[in-house]
Design a protein around this ligand. Sequence first.
Ligand SMILES: Cc1cc2nc3c(=O)[nH]c(=O)nc-3n(C[C@H](O)[C@H](O)[C@H](O)COP(=O)(O)OP(=O)(O)OC[C@H]3O[C@@H](n4cnc5c(N)ncnc54)[C@H](O)[C@@H]3O)c2cc1C
Length: 460
Amino acid sequence: MRVAVLGAGVAGLTAAHRLVLDGHGCAVYERWPGLGGQAATIDVGDGALVERYYHHLFPSDRHIAALCEEIGLPDELEWLPSKVAIFTGGRSHPFTTPLDLLRFGPLSPLARLRMGAAVVLLQRRHRTAEPFADMTARDWVVRHMGRQAYDVVWGPLLRAKFGERCADRVSMAWLWSKLTLRRQIRGQDARGERLGYPRGSFETIFRRLAERIEQHGGRVLIDRPATRVARDEAGFAITPGAPGSFRAGHDPRSFEPAGPPERYDAVLATVPSDVFEALLDRRLAEELGDPYLERVRAAEYHTALCLLMEVDRQLTDSYWTNVCDPGVPFIGVIEHTNFVAPARYGGRRFAYVANYVEEGDPLLELDLDGLLDAYDDGLRRISPAWSRDAVKQAWRFVEPAAQPIVTAGYPRRMPPLRTPVPGLVLANTTQVYPEDRGTNYAVRLGEDAAAALVRSAAVR
Ligand SMILES: Cc1cc2nc3c(=O)[nH]c(=O)nc-3n(C[C@H](O)[C@H](O)[C@H](O)COP(=O)(O)OP(=O)(O)OC[C@H]3O[C@@H](n4cnc5c(N)ncnc54)[C@H](O)[C@@H]3O)c2cc1C
């Protein structure tokens, strides 16, 4: 079977890798001039690669660890100590271990104990997310941890990730996965946290996958997006877009076509839901039908606005500082080189200023300098070492489909991987549930999507 895979992010590369190993022909179309999608890297100078958006792995991320083994990178993942803090009430409070929680001054002693006990009980009593599918995280937190825990910690964290409009609707199933899967607060995990990072950046994994796809006869076509997907009696037709189309944004209808349609027996799309719908020609959209497309349209995303900076000094002593302060216009400072040592980069230091915003937020209008101006005061409050002249280089990245918003009742609205059209599969971050989307779950999704495609195409 000849398959077109749309997107060379983790899900697309994993799916294409499985399909070529199973003997299928595969071409991967990618809009960006690089591999890895949301986990893609850039060359920050002297050949050093750093992700556009901060990335790490959790010890429970077994799918990506298994993939590294399979592709001959068994020692690639390194597990490094990490320190987390919460900035609230004008200062940063350590928030890595259970002891940190017990000392967390912004909560009353009773509220701290209640929060710790609620997490332990949740981890012990609930092995699945099912009981929480229709409950909001807010209701559960207020009931089991108390109002103060919601107002001071969880409410601000949920608003940071999902926005003012959606935070109170976020599913408890999503928070259950955060509180139970990633880390136990008993045993060895209680003493500190270790997170994973590939020795040569995430790029090492992507390059190895692309090499293996090509060794098995597949093609990985970066800077070659799909602009249209059609289907007739003979199969599917992909119209490729011209190089440089990524400069025109995300909507494939605005890309210049580059040559005639290319023919395939099946299509596996890993692009965001709105891009998927924009790719369909009218006849194919009709074949998919409204019940399926309504689920695709129900996807809601929060946009990531991320500033990556090379700085000449250490800004904080944490890897990850969550900002729970309405006076600061961003949600976190992630100091990459407090996690991966600066020695890896010849002594250079890198930090991200993280933000999630709604489409149309005025911050999205700002260029790099404007963003640095807007963040200057907040950065000074969080880091006594901050000054604008600490910045040696900076980059600004925007990802519209960064964070799917998982609200109560989500499984009933999630589109299945197999579409009603035989040979057409959709697999994107909106179909990761109940876990928070991440590279590990994109590997699982890619594997599931390849299997779903083979089953779906057999029906034709
Ligand atoms: C700010 C941020 C921080 C994150 N932090 C972490 C973390 O610490 N750890 C972690 O594991 N995960 C993290 N993630 C999430 C992780 O990166 C994603 O869940 C994962 O990479 C998604 O992979 P995917 O292949 O499903 O989707 P994507 O990476 O979105 O891949 C889809 C691909 O489709 C391409 N595409 C779009 N339109 C077209 C078109 N018309 N034709 C062809 N191709 C097209 C895109 O360019 C993209 O490469 C983070 C994400 C963000 C945004």
